[in-house]
Ligand binder design. Structure first.
Ligand code: TA6
Length: 295
């Protein structure tokens, strides 16, 4: 569908408007501009609820929508695998670079809006299986995102996934992350892969890349610099990934926004990865739901 058809079929006055930018990609403004989503990747790019002086989601100053390329920031959808598999396939799967279809839009009682997108395939060159995945975004004073996968084929499927959420913070040295005390994690920083156990809350002073496993724990990010707390509550997700690249990896990546955009972001990702990889039998469906609140 083009922009006109999308607005005719799914547009909602003041709540949901589709438009295309100079990349030719189609974007959607939600809830009167409190959020913005790119149909490529069903990628939520921006969320700044009323009353918040800064966006809750971080987006690199250098990021702009480009066909076939994922955006550095917002909520990339990692699916049908999380992490890197081999050098010749993209890390975190291909869902974040394909064109999702809009399937539904609804106003919400709280004055917000719900937008549902889907990607379905008989096969994909990188993953030759029949499957359907839906992303549902509910935007208002808080944010809910659901990622629902259905095995539409006749073989069991192994899926790993994550909502790879980048949060805007005042400074990486100022924040603390609570809620993971006692949870086991795979320490993936600096090429390591060691199983450890979290002791207390997290503060950050170096590259941190941890996949916490077998935990549905609610996390709370405390940011005194922006005078806010962000609560990440999830259902159907047993892995939480915490990632800051720190200065050297950020420089190597080159798209975190010079000179130190990396200091103003922290990823808290809700998914099912490593020990929590899912097996879906034919006809099975799995739903991962995350509720983000700012207080
Ligand atoms: O989720 C953390 C991580 O796996 C890091 O290791 C880093 O690679 C990050 O994701 C970004 O990955 P991307 O493919 O988006 O550059």
């Amino acid at each position: 569908m083009n922009v006109e058809q999308l607005n005719r079929e799914f547009g909602l006055p003041k709540l949901l408007n589709f438009f295309s930018d100079d990349s030719g990609l189609i974007l959607a403004d939600l809830a009167g501009g409190q959020a913005r989503l790119c149909l490529q990747g069903a990628h939520l790019m921006h969320w700044q609820p009323k009353g918040q002086a800064q966006p809750v989601l971080w987006m690199s100053r250098e990021a702009k929508p480009v066909a076939g390329k994922s955006l550095r920031g917002g909520v990339p959808v990692c699916w049908p695998w999380f992490g890197s598999r081999s050098a010749d396939v993209p890390a975190h799967g291909y869902a974040r670079t394909v064109l999702w279809q809009v399937v539904d839009s609804q106003p919400l009682p709280n004055g917000g809006v719900r937008l549902t997108l889907c990607w379905s395939q008989d096969a994909h060159p990188l993953w030759p299986h029949a499957c359907r995945v839906e992303l549902r975004v509910e935007v208002g004073c808080d944010l809910r995102i659901s990622l629902m996968t259905c095995n539409t084929g006749n073989q069991p499927l192994e899926i790993s996934e994550a909502l790879h959420t980048y949060f805007r913070i005042s400074d990486i040295a100022a924040v603390r992350l609570h809620g993971l005390d006692g949870v086991d994690y795979w320490d993936k920083a600096a090429g390591r892969s060691e199983l450890c156990t979290q002791d207390g809350s997290l503060s950050f002073a170096e590259e941190t890349d941890r996949v916490y496993v077998n935990s549905a724990a609610t996390c709370m990010l405390e940011d005194p610099g922006l005078k806010r707390r962000i609560v990440v509550e999830k259902v159907g997700s047993f892995s939480t990934v915490v990632w800051t690249p720190w200065v050297d990896k950020a420089r190597r990546m080159g798209d975190m926004g010079e000179p130190d955009g990396w200091r103003e972001m922290l990823c808290i990702e809700s998914g099912n990865a490593l020990d929590n990889t899912l097996t879906l039998l034919p006809g099975d469906r799995h739903s991962l739901q995350v509720h983000y609140q700012v207080t």
